[in-house]
Design a protein around this ligand. Structure first.
Ligand code: SF4
Length: 942
C-alpha cells in the first residue's frame, strides 16, 4: 500500500517528537461544535452574514430554507464530502489501495465523473465525483488502477475532495448584484462604502447595461490607461477594447521568476531545472529540500516521489525556519535558517566548501566551474576584474563570508554550515530541490544565482542523481519538461482569419505594467515605477510615471488577497479615483465584496469540460480531461458568455474576440493533444476521433487516429504514460546536452554558460532602481527590508525593536494559495493558527491555543497560537491562503497574510512575503471565534 504524507503511514510520520502535524492547538471543543458568535464584520451586518449555528449533517443540508432542490443537494454534497474527509464516509466501490476506510456495500447511484480541481496548488490529481442528476453525491480520487512506481495513482488531497463545497457552498454567488451606494456616471459612486455597503439583486440585462455603459464611458473619456486589470493573466476583453494597464507578477516565484535564462538556467523557473522523478528516486544519494514542504502544499504524487527516494535509501536534508511535515516524514537533517537569510547562509556554505577543499577534502568540481561556468574565480572575472571567490573571501569588502559571519544573520549554527557544505561536495550525487519559498523574500535578488553557484561548485548538474534548481509540484510532474502537450484552442487563429477588429476609442494602447508589489499603492497614490516587463526579461531603466486608474476589472482571481498590502488595497478602493469596479466570481472573495457590480461566474464544474493542463500547456506523465457536472447553477454564466454580452451591449462584434464556441475550443484542445510515445522526442496524437464523435459534439473537426478513443478519454478522464525506469526513454536529466557538449549546446546566457558573474543581472537590477543598493555581477548579500536585521532597533548593540519577530507564510494543507478560503469543511477540520516557538511564547505569556494579536508595521490579524520547538526562535509562520475579513478597526479576524504585508517594493520589485517583521501579543479582547463559524455570504444573494 502506498503511504500518504498525511495519515496513511500512521505512527511513523509522527514519531519524531512534537512534529507540526501532531502539535495541535488546544481547542477541540469548537472543532466538534459550532456555536453562534457575534458577527466579526462590524458595520455591515445587513450585507455580510455569518453562519454559526450548531452544525450537524442534517442542519448543514437544512440551513438554507430558501434553497431549491439543486442547492439543497449541493449542500448535502458538501456535508457528505466533509464526512469523507474525516474518514467516515462509506465508499460504494472498492478503492484500489487508496487508503480509504473499507466500505460497506451500498446501492450504486450516479456516475463517477472526472472533475476539475480548480486549484492553484501546482499539483494535478485525478479528482472524481459521483454525479447524479447534475449533483455531486460523493468524491474520491484515483482508484483507476493499482499503485506502483511505474504507474502511480494520481491521488488528490483533502482539498480536492472539498471541491464540491467550494463551488456549491452556501456562499455561492447566484445572481448579478449591484452595490446600493454606487451609481453610474462617475459622480455618485460613493467609494467610501465599498466593502461595507448593501447589495441589491439586479437582472442580467441591467448588469450588462451598467458594465457596457461604464466601460464605454471610461474608455472614451480617460482612455485605456485608466483601466486596470490586476492580474498577470491579463484580459482578452480589455485587450480587444484597446488595451489596459496590466501587472507583472512575481507572487508565486519571487526572485526565481526574473531572468533565469540570463544566468544560464532553464528559462521557465517552474520546469526543467531538475531531473526526472525516477532519476531522483533511483540515483540521488542526498536530497536537499530547500524550503520544500510538499506534504502540505501538494500532497499527492509530488510527495510520494520523495518517499520513493527515501525508501530506496536517499538521505534528506531540509533547510528552512520550521522543521516541517515533509522533513519529519522523510527524517531529514534540519539546517535551520531564519526567513530571508538564505543568501547569507549559502555564501557561508560556499566559503566552507572552498576552505574544506583547500584542506584536502576535494569538495569542489573545479573542472565543472572552469568548463561550464564563468565568473567563479580569476580565470573569468567580471569586466571590473572582480569575481565570486574574491567576494566570498572578503577581498572587496573586507568581510570573509565565514560560517560565523553568516550564523549571526541566519541563526544556523556555524558547525551546521560546515556540515552542510561537506554534504554538498562533488563526491556524491546531490539533488538540490528548492521551492519558491526562499525566493519570495526581500533581499533574495541574488539567491537564484547563488543557488546555481553552490550547485556548480559540487558539479551537480547534468548527471544522473545530480540536480540543482526549482523542483516544483507543477502538473504533477515535479520539475522536468512535459511529455504530454495539450493542443491550442484555435481561437486566436480563427479571430485573425475573420479579420474583425475591436473598437477604436482614439487612444494608443498603453505599455503600462505595474509591479505587483506596488500595485495598490499605485492605485491609491496615482504613481508607480515603470521598469518594462521584467517577467518577459525586458527591463528598461526605471521611470516614475503617473497613473490615474478609473476602472478595475477583476476576473476569477483575487488581487486583494494575493497581492501585498490588503490594507492599502482597501484605502485605494475607498479613495475617490476609482469610479467603477466590476468583478466576476462564483464565490464572494474580498475583491467581490469591494466591487460595484458582481457578475456571477460559473465554476469549472459547470463548464463543458477541458484538459486540466489548460490550452497549449501540458503535463509530465499524465493529462486529465474533466467533464461537466451540471449546467451553470442559478444565473451564473461562463466568462466567454459574459464577454460576448458586454461587447454586444457596447455595439461591437464579439466574434473578433470569441469566434469559437467553448465546446469547439475544448475539442481543439483535446484533438491537438500529443504524447511522447517510446521516447520523449517522439510525440504522437493522443486521441482517435471519428466523424461520429465530431457530429455528436456538434463541432467542426477532422477525424484522426490516436492512441485511445475519444469516448475512452472522456469517460476515463485521464491518460498516463507508463514508466519502467529512469532510462526508459522518458527520463530527463536537466542540462544533460549542455554538459555533454557545451559548444554545441550553449545555454541562453550571453556567454552560453552558467554565469556566476552575470553582467545582465547587475545591469538590470541597477537599472530598475527600486533600491539604492548596487548590484554586482556575482551574488552578494543585501540586508533585506523587513528582514532579521530590521527586527532590531540597534543591530550593533542587539537591541530589539517594536517588531522583534520574523513572519513567513508557509503553504498549508487547508488552502491552495487563494483557493478553498471559503470551504467550511476544511476550516472545521484544520485550524489555521499562527505557528510560533514555544519558548518565545512562554516569554510573552502565551499558551498553546491562546488568541493572539499579530501585528506588523502595516496591519494586524487575530489567530490562535500553535506552539512548537520545531519553529526557530524568533520566527512565526502564518499560513498562506485565508481570505481576509477586516473589521472596521482594520484587524483581520481571518488571519490573511496580506493583512500584515506592506507595499514594499525593493531590489527586483519582487513580492517579499517571507520577510516581514511582526510582534505577537496575547489578545485582550474576546477569544477568536472558530473560522468554521464565520462564512461570508452576500445577503442580497439569497
Ligand atoms: S494536491 Fe492540489 S491538485 Fe491535487 S487534489 Fe489537492 S488541491 Fe487538487
Amino acid at each position: 500500500m502506498r503511504p500518504s504524507p498525511l495519515c496513511r503511514r500512521g505512527p511513523r510520520l509522527l514519531r519524531k517528537g512534537p512534529s507540526v502535524l501532531s502539535k495541535k492547538p488546544k481547542l477541540p471543543l469548537w472543532l466538534v461544535s459550532f456555536r453562534f458568535v457575534p458577527c466579526a464584520m462590524e458595520g455591515n451586518p445587513s450585507t455580510l452574514l455569518e453562519r454559526g449555528e450548531e452544525m450537524t449533517d442534517d442542519r448543514f443540508a437544512q440551513r438554507e430554507p430558501a434553497m431549491d432542490r439543486r442547492a439543497f443537494v449541493a449542500a448535502s454534497t458538501a456535508a457528505a464530502a466533509g464526512l469523507s474527509l474525516a474518514g467516515c464516509a462509506p465508499s460504494v466501490e472498492k478503492m484500489a489501495e487508496t487508503g480509504d476506510a473499507p466500505s460497506e456495500p451500498q446501492e450504486q447511484a450516479g456516475v463517477w465523473t472526472t472533475i476539475s480541481c480548480m486549484q492553484s496548488c501546482g499539483g494535478r490529481c485525478l479528482n472524481k465525483a459521483l454525479v447524479e442528476d447534475g449533483v455531486i453525491l460523493r468524491q474520491k480520487t484515483d482508484d483507476t488502477h493499482e499503485d506502483s512506481q511505474e504507474f502511480p495513482q494520481q491521488r488528490g488531497c483533502l482539498r480536492g475532495r472539498a471541491i464540491g463545497e467550494m463551488a456549491f457552498g452556501a456562499d455561492r454567488i447566484k445572481y448579478p448584484l449591484k452595490r446600493k451606494g454606487w451609481q453610474p456616471g462617475g459622480k455618485d459612486f460613493h467609494p467610501e462604502l465599498r466593502g461595507r455597503d448593501e447589495w441589491e439583486r439586479i437582472s442580467w440585462d441591467e448588469a450588462i447595461r451598467y458594465v457596457a455603459d461604464e466601460t464605454k464611458r471610461i474608455y472614451s473619456t480617460y482612455g485605456p490607461r485608466s483601466v486596470l486589470v490586476p492580474s498577470a493573466f491579463g484580459s482578452a476583453l480589455h485587450g480587444y477594447l484597446g488595451g489596459y494597464v496590466g501587472m507583472w507578477d512575481t507572487n508565486s516565484q519571487g526572485s526565481a521568476r526574473l531572468g533565469p535564462s540570463k544566468l544560464g538556467l532553464t528559462d521557465n523557473a517552474k520546469r526543467g531545472q531538475c531531473n526526472d522523478r525516477y532519476d531522483m528516486a533511483t540515483n540521488a544519494e542526498t536530497i536537499v529540500l530547500y524550503g520544500c514542504n510538499p506534504a502540505w502544499s501538494a500532497m499527492g504524487s509530488p510527495t510520494w516521489h520523495f518517499l520513493a527516494a527515501k525508501e530506496r535509501g536517499a538521505q534528506f536534508v531540509f533547510v528552512g525556519p520550521t522543521y516541517n511535515a515533509s522533513a519529519s516524514m522523510l527524517e531529514a537533517r534540519w539546517v535551520r535558517t531564519r526567513p530571508g537569510t538564505d543568501t547569507a547562509l549559502l555564501l557561508a556554505v560556499a566559503y566552507e566548501m572552498v576552505r574544506q577543499d583547500e584542506a584536502g577534502e576535494g569538495l569542489i568540481d573545479w573542472d565543472f566551474l572552469h568548463t561550464y561556468c564563468i565568473g567563479f574565480d580569476e580565470e573569468s572575472p567580471s569586466r571590473d576584474g572582480e569575481h565570486f571567490l574574491g567576494y566570498v573571501r572578503g577581498d572587496y569588502d573586507g568581510v570573509p563570508k565565514t560560517p560565523e559571519w553568516a550564523s549571526e544573520i541566519c541563526g544556523t549554527p556555524a558547525e551546521d554550515i560546515t556540515w552542510f557544505a561537506r554534504e554538498l561536495g562533488c563526491d556524491k550525487a546531490v539533488f538540490i530541490a528548492s521551492s519558491f519559498a526562499a525566493y519570495r523574500c526581500n533581499g533574495a535578488e541574488d539567491l537564484p544565482q547563488l543557488m546555481m553557484t553552490v550547485g556548480a561548485m559540487g558539479g551537480h548538474f547534468g548527471k544522473p542523481g545530480h540536480a540543482c534548481g526549482v523542483y516544483y509540484a507543477d502538473s504533477a510532474s515535479d520539475g522536468p519538461v512535459n511529455l504530454i502537450l495539450t493542443g491550442g484552442s484555435g481561437e486566436a487563429e480563427a479571430a485573425e482569419a475573420l479579420g474583425v477588429d475591436g473598437p477604436d476609442f482614439g487612444f494608443e494602447a498603453p505599455d503600462d505594467l505595474i509591479g505587483s508589489s506596488e500595485l495598490w499603492r499605485a492605485v491609491a497614490t496615482g504613481s508607480y515605477r515603470f521598469v518594462g516587463n521584467p517577467c518577459g526579461i525586458d527591463v528598461v531603466p526605471g521611470e516614475e510615471r503617473t497613473i490615474d486608474i478609473r476602472m478595475i476589472e477583476n476576473g476569477n482571481w483575487s488581487p486583494m488577497r494575493s497581492l501585498l498590502d490588503t490594507n492599502q488595497a482597501v484605502e485605494a478602493l475607498r479613495g475617490d479615483r476609482v469610479e467603477f469596479i466590476v468583478n466576476r466570481s462564483f464565490v464572494p472573495r474580498l475583491d467581490a465584496q469591494y466591487a460595484d457590480i458582481i457578475l456571477p461566474l460559473c465554476s469549472d464544474l459547470e463548464r463543458d469540460g477541458g484538459t486540466l493542463m489548460g490550452t497549449g500547456d501540458g503535463g509530465r506523465e499524465v493529462v486529465f480531461c474533466y467533464s461537466q457536472v451540471c449546467e451553470p447553477v442559478y444565473e451564473s454564466k461562463s466568462s466567454d458568455e459574459i464577454d460576448n454580452l458586454i461587447l454586444e451591449a457596447m455595439g461591437y462584434d464579439h466574434r473578433g474576440l470569441h469566434p469559437l464556441s467553448e465546446r469547439q475550443k475544448t475539442f481543439n484542445e483535446i484533438a491537438g493533444t500529443t504524447v511522447a510515445d517510446g521516447s520523449a522526442d517522439n510525440q504522437v496524437t493522443l486521441v482517435s476521433i471519428t466523424q461520429e464523435d465530431i457530429d455528436a459534439c456538434g463541432v467542426e473537426g477532422t477525424p484522426q487516429e490516436g492512441l485511445i478513443s475519444w469516448s475512452e478519454f472522456r469517460e476515463k478522464g485521464v491518460y498516463q504514460i507508463p514508466r519502467s525506469s529512469a532510462d526508459d526513454g522518458y527520463g530527463y536529466i536537466a542540462y544533460e546536452d549542455f554538459i555533454a557538449d557545451p559548444q554545441k549546446n550553449p545555454r541562453e546566457s550571453e556567454s552560453g554558460k552558467f554565469e556566476i558573474c552575470c553582467q545582465w543581472k547587475a545591469d538590470a537590477l541597477n537599472a530598475m532602481g527600486y533600491s539604492e543598493d548596487t548590484y554586482k555581477p556575482y551574488p552578494t548579500y543585501h540586508v533585506p527590508v523587513e528582514g532579521f536585521e530590521q527586527t532590531f532597533d540597534d543591530w550593533g548593540a542587539k537591541k530589539k525593536g517594536d517588531y522583534p519577530l520574523q513572519c513567513y507564510n508557509p503553504h498549508y494543507m487547508r488552502f491552495a494559495n487563494g483557493v478553498f478560503g471559503n470551504t467550511m469543511m476544511l476550516a472545521s477540520i484544520l485550524e489555521h493558527p499562527v505557528f510560533m516557538n514555544n519558548e518565545d511564547a512562554t516569554a510573552l505569556g502565551i499558551e498553546d491555543g491562546d488568541t493572539v494579536l499579530v501585528s506588523s508595521r502595516y496591519g494586524s490579524v487575530l489567530r490562535h497560537a500553535s506552539l512548537s520547538p520545531l519553529t526557530m526562535p524568533g520566527c512565526v509562520g502564518l499560513p498562506n491562503g485565508a481570505w481576509a475579513q477586516l473589521d472596521e478597526s482594520g484587524v483581520d479576524v481571518a488571519g490573511a497574510v496580506n493583512s500584515l504585508t506592506g507595499s514594499v517594493c525593493v531590489g527586483m520589485g519582487t513580492a517579499g512575503y517571507n520577510t516581514l517583521n511582526v510582534k505577537v501579543e496575547p489578545y485582550a479582547g474576546a477569544a477568536l471565534r472558530a473560522d468554521a463559524a464565520a462564512q461570508v455570504v452576500l445577503a442580497a444573494n439569497e
